[in-house]
Design a protein around this ligand. Sequence first.
Ligand code: FES
Ligand code: FES
Length: 156
Amino acid sequence: MRVRLSVNGASQEHEVEPRLLLVQYLREVVGLTGTNVGCDTSSCGACTVLMDGESVKSCTVLAVQADGTEVTTIEGMARDGEMHPVQEAFREHHALQCGYCTPGMVMAAVSLLQEHPDPTEAAVREGLEGNLCRCTGYHNIVKAVLAAGSAKEVLV
Ligand code: FES
Ligand code: FES
């Protein structure tokens, strides 16, 4: 089947197997390997990307379901050599250790902050509960998201 979509602002068009997952499409066909696969069973959130601005776990979406959409991955976050404010907040607040969960965590945080620009700590914890981190204990992740939120610069 043919899919046409925008990935980080660039048009993509490919012939794909109907069962190809969006995360496989992004990594193996488009060549953007920043989106990680942690579980393949929709539990960990490592594969989170934005589809038409909403965060989705790209291991739960077929590439053909993304036909006609605008997908944003972690590679689309930095602008003109500058990290996105949420990425910058993660760096500043030491919100990562091994970094495996980080691309998905950042994408989920961007989506959360677009909906709730100045969330409470409880709202951040609830908003990110679909994203697992095996390293950090979440404390600094929550701090980073709260800081990015109050910075009010979270638009993609
Ligand atoms: S790889 Fe998609 S949720 Fe874990
Ligand atoms: S930083 Fe290692 S899993 Fe989150």
